[in-house]
Design a protein around this ligand. Structure first.
Ligand code: ITT
Length: 231
């Protein structure tokens, strides 16, 4: 059975094809709940996508975390890309870094330390045997919710309906890559790739294989593909 990569972003699926033999895109816009971390967003999305598709799914939630902005835009990276745009976000990051610590610069100007993070959530309706990767069981819904989590919990319960399936287990796989925000360079990739530099090369200057070898998504996909091969 083919694995469905649930996303509205074809760039993600192109990268996944290098790790997974039988994967196909499912263009479905699941609800992205607001949360300060990527894991709960990916878990919620995987549950909702599984209920929609009725077959094994992965979703991936990614974000750019800028040190000088205290991790912003992080889980809000998509909103920020579509409002400020990549170039302006990059400039804000570099100016914040310059203001915060006197700046770090290369030949072309100020740069800002940052990391890209990606969390893949897998759901096929069944439970999982123990492995190092975490399983999100939706346990935090209910009485022990922090006040600022209540909105997303309400959304989850509404999505689940009355069948109790809000607690479908979701397996999570995370990948992180450190880098720095620079003036845009290159025209490959997608999203923030032109302003994210790793080891002297922006992601937009790399081809898909080179990006996968070091990227947040490549690292998460490699972990997922190893585990999935055994499932
Ligand atoms: P889906 O949610 O439908 O999968 P999306 O593009 O909105 O598509 P995310 O919410 O995970 O995906 O992405 C958050 C933002 O980070 C969004 O603006 C992406 O363009 C950007 N992004 C994610 N992965 C990236 C990558 O590998 N390179 C550059 N930008 C990336």
């Amino acid at each position: 059975m083919t694995l469905r990569y649930v996303t509205t972003n074809p760039g993600k699926v192109r990268e996944a094809e290098e790790y997974l033999d039988d994967v196909s895109a499912l263009d479905y816009d699941y609800t992205e709940v607001q949360a300060p971390e990527l894991g709960p967003i990916a878990a919620h999305g995987a549950r909702e996508a599984y209920r929609h598709a009725g077959e094994p799914v992965i979703v991936d939630d990614a974000g750019l975390f800028v040190d000088a902005l205290d991790g912003f835009p992080g889980p809000y990276s998509s909103y920020v890309e579509h409002t400020l745009g990549v170039e302006l976000t990059g400039r804000v990051a570099r100016e914040a870094a310059a203001a915060a610590d006197g700046g770090d610069s290369d030949g072309d100007g100020e740069v800002a330390r940052a990391a890209f993070r990606c969390v893949i959530g897998y759901c096929d309706g069944d439970d999982f045997a123990a492995t190092p990767e975490p399983v999100d069981r939706g346990e935090r819904r209910g009485q022990d919710l922090a006040a600022d989590d209540r909105d997303s919990a309400t959304t989850d319960a509404q999505v689940a309906g009355d069948d109790g399936s809000a607690d479908l287990p979701v397996k999570l796989f995370e990948g992180v890559v450190p880098g720095r925000i620079v003036e845009p360079r290159g025209d490959g990739g997608f999203g923030y790739d032109p302003v994210f530099e790793h080891d002297g090369t922006t992601f937009a200057e790399m081809d898909a294989t080179e990006k996968n070898a070091v990227s947040h998504r490549g690292r998460a996909l490699a972990k997922f593909a190893d585990w999935f091969a055994e499932r």
